[in-house]
Design a protein around this ligand. Structure first.
Ligand code: URA
Length: 434
């Protein structure tokens, strides 16, 4: 077999066999197929697509390019969730403890923020001492002992995806739906997931800006799960406006803590209950979403989800005083409240603009490895559809660099759009794909 023949086949819109895909993935993982050939192949895939079977073969080849965690015997079923990324998306911080408190263990390997979209690891690391670098052995030990673990990717998980992603990033081939789907699913499978709830975001603050693209991605990921003997369900959720109110690491953690105490924003609470219910169904804990929701709400109401979260923090070395007294979390030096200078209905709060403003304040990174500031970010105070009066608090900026306040304010004002006539609130969900 020759790499060039595989590139030509994809260039000519033919379907690759599993053997060809395995050969190609193994070749580039070992460094035997050079980057220029991998880049040419990625562009052919980007332009000509892949079938569900090809994408599944690619996913499995990438998953098995390194170690694949086997969690059989550790948990009855390894349930995981994945969000395609958004602004204010602190769902994992609430859903994991809720689901664990319902008796379904969850071990999750999360990521860091990149660009306008935040990452769970950055948020949880607002807690002094919290370790996100657990070894594989620690991951398994924590999952077995506490039923809950939240860490970064351990060791050598799906190395082919890492290599391919780096090339896609510089060759204009990131937005290929088969390449995105296989990238996400290869990491989930390598982390041992047997049942996965996919939270596919759609809108201005999401990877997928149109419902059509989001649906295609969701359908393909669900198909990959089915064809590879795993279970998956995908929820299409809105990301036109931020989820909840807080955007920025410690600010979001605080909002997650409030939610665990039953005082979270309504949209975020609803979102968490929906995702938790799907996890409980797919994990076989309950028969249907109604039962899942009852169980999840009870775990929150009775404080068991909060206790699970506290246990998680303690078990991973975090300073538990910071979650018991969230005022001890990192705080910005400059907190500027901005009030509405007009009245009307809010017709848009552009999530991408809010996310990018938060990154500019220091909450995120523009390239991998950049340091971040846990304290800074933005809190919006309304949602699309709200009627806001002149003089009402519109948003609050948390900054450590005073010189950034003016620009952040301008950008956030421009991110809010107004209407003189009433506006429907945005839906939280656009559908479920099973
Ligand atoms: N997230 C991933 O893990 N991979 C992609 O290709 C895109 C988003």
């Amino acid at each position: 077999m020759k790499a060039v023949d595989i590139i030509i086949k994809k260039r000519d819109r033919k379907v690759l066999s599993r053997e060809e895909i395995d050969f190609f993935v193994q070749g580039f993982t070992r460094g035997e197929i050079p980057d220029y050939q991998v880049a040419a192949w990625a562009m052919a895939v980007m332009l000509n697509g892949m079938t569900e079977q090809e994408t599944t073969d690619l996913t499995l080849a990438m998953a098995y390019s390194g170690e694949v965690l086997d969690l059989t015997g550790v948990v009855p079923i390894a349930v995981d969730k994945h969000s395609t990324g958004g602004v204010g998306d602190k769902t994992t911080l609430v859903v994991e403890p809720v689901v664990a408190a319902c008796g379904l263990p969850v071990g999750k390997m999360s990521g860091r923020g990149l660009g306008f979209s935040g990452g769970t690891l950055d948020k949880i690391e607002s807690i002094r001492g919290f370790r996100t670098d657990l070894s594989k052995e620690e991951f398994i030990h924590h999952l077995r002992t506490y039923g809950l673990v939240l860490t970064g990717q351990t060791g050598d998980l799906a190395p082919a995806d890492g290599k391919l992603y780096a090339l896609r990033d510089v060759t204009g081939t990131v937005p290929s739906i088969p390449l995105i789907a296989s990238s996400i699913m290869s990491k989930k499978i390598a982390a041992g997931a047997q049942a996965i709830v996919l939270d596919v975001k759609v809108g201005a603050g999401a990877f997928m800006e149109t419902l059509e693209d989001a649906r295609q991605l969701a359908e393909l990921m669900v198909a990959i799960a089915r064809l590879s003997g795993r279970k998956a369900v995908a929820v299409l959720s809105d990301m036109n406006q931020p989820l909840g109110y807080a955007v920025g690491n410690a600010l979001e953690l605080r909002e997650a803590i409030d939610t665990l105490h039953g005082n979270g924003p309504e949209d975020f609470y609803e979102h968490c209950m929906e995702i938790a219910s799907h996890m409980l169904v797919i994990g076989g804990k309950v028969q249907d979403l109604r039962e899942g929701r009852d169980l999840a709400e009870e775990a929150l109401r009775e404080g068991r989800a909060w206790q699970q979260f506290r246990t998680l923090v303690q078990a991973q070395g975090g300073d538990v005083r910071m979650v018991d007294q969230p005022e001890l979390l990192p705080k910005a030096d400059f907190i500027e409240k901005v009030y509405a200078s007009q009245q009307g209905y809010l017709s848009a709060i552009n999530a991408r603009e809010v996310g990018e403003t938060s990154v500019d304040l220091g909450a995120g990174r523009t390239k991998k490895g950049d340091p971040i500031d846990h304290a800074v970010g933005v809190v919006i105070h309304h949602k699309v559809g709200d009627f806001v009066r002149e003089g009402d608090l519109l948003f609050t900026i948390h900054a450590n660099d005073r010189s950034k306040l003016a620009q952040a304010k301008q950008r956030l004002l421009a991110a809010h759009s107004w209407s003189t006539t009433s506006v429907q609130p945005l839906p939280l969900f656009y559908g479920v794909i099973e």
